[in-house]
Design a binder for this molecule. Structure first.
Ligand code: FRU
Length: 451
């Protein structure tokens, strides 16, 4: 259901005033909370913001030494990973077990091809340090899409697992497609003294698709645009209102030729006087989307306007998430250096924004948004950072020690080179401090610590 249909529901309901005063009161109360949230004040992450970026000790991650790290499994690579979370976003413990989820492929897959056959695997641990592999989460072949991309997993109060994931491509497709839809399924979590399994799976269901009005559809994406996204759901229950949401990575709606230019994409009057935005930057339209749960069991969501757009700035704001600290919301996403529009020079990293409201008033953290950058002499060492509510940040080891090669040149190297330089393991976690609109990397933690 589209958001504008919710508006129509309001007039229908108010026409029935008089049937019962109490009923009307309850209904109008819930409707007013819906219309309040129609006013999403989409934040424009500007070229001016990104131009304020400086690389410092406070935002540069320590260099990773891949040889000191161990794989969570010996026969597979993993990359995007996330913990089972409770409704407050904290890593959950189920009968003494911590559980994490990760995209995975067998180790003989060329790292650059891993996205084409990704599966979600899970791992469990009592100490949060040594992990046991549970194998694929969806063992019965019922998962949607030809492959599954990143997601988010929560445990409900009744102990049930709910997983949200990206159904990429279409089941049994003969030619690989990049369709992306957001799906969910639930299961019971069953534990013994030594193992965790998921049982009684529900039917998998597509719950969100790009609408072409707030979020670009694949059909609206032209060949001048470098990538397409409607993926990476992140479940979030707002502690202030108890409302439930999914955040996701998307693109601003419309075909390239129909998307209007706005000064607001570039920055202040003063900045614009001396700044040239190359013509090609028009094709960059990354966004962070949000949808609101429309029923209690979080199996139905309604799209809302995006929280953030990066038109003329960036094309890929991956795996968005939000945490709450004090009175403030902290919105995070990760992006690659080559996904910034030309004329902007910014590292592969974790970027963040803060506001007192979930729905607007965002400011970039540290003026530019940059929270964690890979070191300049190891620019692709880690990726897919995820910020836990306590400031622990997890990620995985991507390509290390690639000298001066950029990501495209890495892709042209021999199979041996690519395999030797790819990590495919959990990275050492980092601890960051967050004070109002400033963050700082405090120290490195052990490999793969989610707490
Ligand atoms: C980030 C990412 C995600 C996507 C997955 C696909 O590393 O691109 O946005 O879900 O990897 O493999």
């Amino acid at each position: 259901m589209k958001w504008n249909k919710v508006k129509k529901g309001k007039s229908f309901i108010t026409a029935f005033i008089g049937v019962s005063t109490i009923l009307t009161l309850i209904v109008s109360l819930s409707v007013s909370s819906v219309s309040a949230q129609e006013n999403v004040d989409t934040f424009d992450w500007t070229r001016e913001n990104v131009s304020n970026l400086t690389i410092t000790d406070q935002n540069t991650a320590p260099k990773i030494n891949k040889d000191e790290l161990v794989g969570i499994t010996s026969d597979s690579y993993i990359w995007d990973s996330w913990p089972l979370q409770d409704m407050n976003g904290h890593p959950a413990v189920v009968n003494g077990f911590k559980i994490i989820f990760a995209l995975s492929v067998p180790k003989d897959v060329l790292p650059g091809k891993r996205h084409d056959t990704a599966e979600i695997h899970y791992f469990y641990s009592k100490d949060g340090k040594t992990w046991e592999s549970g194998g694929p989460v969806f063992k019965d072949g019922k998962a949607l899409g030809s492959r599954q991309w990143a997601g988010s997993s929560i445990v409900h109060k009744n102990g049930e697992l709910q997983i949200f994931y990206t159904a990429t491509g279409q089941k049994n497709e003969t030619q690989l497609s990049y369709d992306q839809r957001i799906a969910t399924a639930t299961a019971d979590i069953s534990t013994t003294n030594t193992s965790v399994t998921f049982k009684n799976w529900s039917k998998h269901k597509i719950i969100l698709e790009a609408d072409g009005e707030y979020y670009q559809t694949k059909e609206q994406t032209g060949n001048k645009e470098t990538s397409y996204a409607f993926r990476d759901p992140y479940f979030f229950q707002d502690p202030k209102t108890r409302e439930k949401y999914l955040l996701f990575e998307a693109n601003s709606a419309g075909k390239l030729e129909n998307r209007p230019y706005k000064h607001a994409y570039i920055g202040s009057d003063e900045f614009r006087q001396n700044h040239v935005s190359p013509e090609s930057s028009k094709a960059y339209n990354g966004s962070i989307g949000i949808a609101k749960a429309a029923n209690n069991d979080s199996s139905k969501f309604e799209l809302m306007p995006p929280l953030l757009e990066a038109n003329y700035v960036n094309d890929e704001l991956e795996r968005p998430s939000v945490i709450v600290k004090g009175n403030n919301y902290y919105l995070f996403a990760k992006t690659h250096s080559e996904k910034f529009a030309s004329g902007l020079n910014a590292p592969e990293g974790l970027y963040g924004f803060t506001s007192e409201s979930l729905f607007g008033g965002y400011q970039p953290l540290n003026e530019s948004g940059l929270v964690i950058a890979n070191p300049t002499d190891n620019p692709y060492q880690a990726y897919s950072w995820m910020v836990m509510p306590n400031g622990t940040v997890t990620s995985f080891v991507n390509y290390v020690n690639v000298d001066e090669k950029d990501i495209y040149e890495i892709g042209e190297q021999s199979t041996e080179y690519q395999m030797e330089h790819f990590g495919g393991v959990l990275a050492p976690s980092l601890k960051i401090s967050i004070t109002r609109d400033e963050t700082k990397i405090l120290h490195e933690k052990k490999q793969g610590v989610f707490k």
